[in-house]
Write a protein that binds this ligand. Sequence first.
Ligand SMILES: *Cc1c(COP(=O)(O)O)cnc(C)c1O
Length: 451
Amino acid sequence: MTLPVFPSQRAPVYKDVPDEKWNDWRWQLSHRLNSTADFETILELTESEKRALSSKNLFRVDITPYFVSLIDPQDPHDPIRRQVIPTEKEIIPYTGMMEDSLAEDQHSPVPGLVHRYPDRVLMLITTQCASYCRYCTRGRIVGDPSATFSQEEFDMQIAYLERTPQVRDVLLSGGDPLVLAPKLLERLLTRLQAIPHIEIVRIGSRVPVFMPMRITDELCSMLRKYHPLWLNIHVNHPNEITAELAQACARLADAGIPLGNQSVLLAGINDCVHIQRKLVQDLVRIRVRPYYLYQCDLVEGAGHFRTPVSKGIEIIEGLRGHTTGFAVPTFVVDAPGGGGKIPVMPNYLISSSDHKIVLRNYEGFITTYEEPLEYHAHDSKKCKFCQKKKLERGQAGVAGLLDGERMFIKPEGFDQLHIRGGEKHRLRQKTKKWEPLGIGPGEIDTGEIDK
Ligand SMILES: *Cc1c(COP(=O)(O)O)cnc(C)c1O
């Protein structure tokens, strides 16, 4: 096996910066680029970039010298440049655009805590990042230091977690949790660790990508005290995989932190099966498992980055079967209005009968799977997991329909509409009429029948 050789580069303007400075994350943070003059020391800006940089109400611009150095200055379409340097396309509104397309603030019982799913929460702990992605899904708060969370709000977040025992998984995000002062981050991890029902903590961070020198041995020794701790990074293009990122990931993985990657599908950046295949293959070489590929959200500034959803399906078609199974991410559309992540993928089930299904594989090979003629259904009355673990009432969804928690899910206003203005009448009085009569497998102990 040949060890991977990933590039490491510095823009010419930084050639004389001593290594101790270059490799110091504080130096990287304090030397971030954000103005036309800053960028023109590195590359020639296009007219569109210049106009964007001088416009008001622009989503915050800040890029570390490390990340800027990965840009090919000759190429205005460079995939790294397009992720972080604005163009005036950002200012153009489009159909479907929203301020908070995932309705996160609406699903927040306290500021910064998004409780959408039954057993886990998203906890926003800062609005600051090491650099800012132009397609940021949280542009409504991210980048604005005045929008960041106060000590009082942290306390409200923790208090909510303490009184909500159904939460077993806390996902720290922001902003970027790894730009928080290490003492603050550690205090927070200590408080989470002290809550008995919290089983795992995860961090979503692009710091390893924007500023890999931040992943010091010291930081890793702090993080490893808070296991089980998981971390997802955010890489969109193989050009972001450098010797420095590989080292940062090695440190994190050696500290026992399982690593995943979340990418966003971006027009002109990574909307290509071949780029994506190279990306996921390089990620697994640095011990990062591709987790999600996101359809771009309907947020301000992101219109020109959007692709049709079918592009994501095409990418999955080109990955599944064609490369390592665990290198294939799940392509998801994060539901506008706050429905959470919805997986979308090619169809592999072609047809079915009562005893057989017809499947196709990635090569187009079509096969059949003969289903069992006799299947003894799982006996939930004898299963202690079934007895103990009921899906949460009201949020059980389609699984709840299958589980018998309820018989139907009705659109809002369904009952009212179907009364059609009529009164209660002779045939409408008995309300139990629409409930099952208690005959059938739902009511019978199938275990008895088997004997
Ligand atoms: C993405 C997300 C999660 C985590 O989802 P997983 O599918 O478990 O990774 C949790 N809460 C919110 C609000 C999210 O957006």
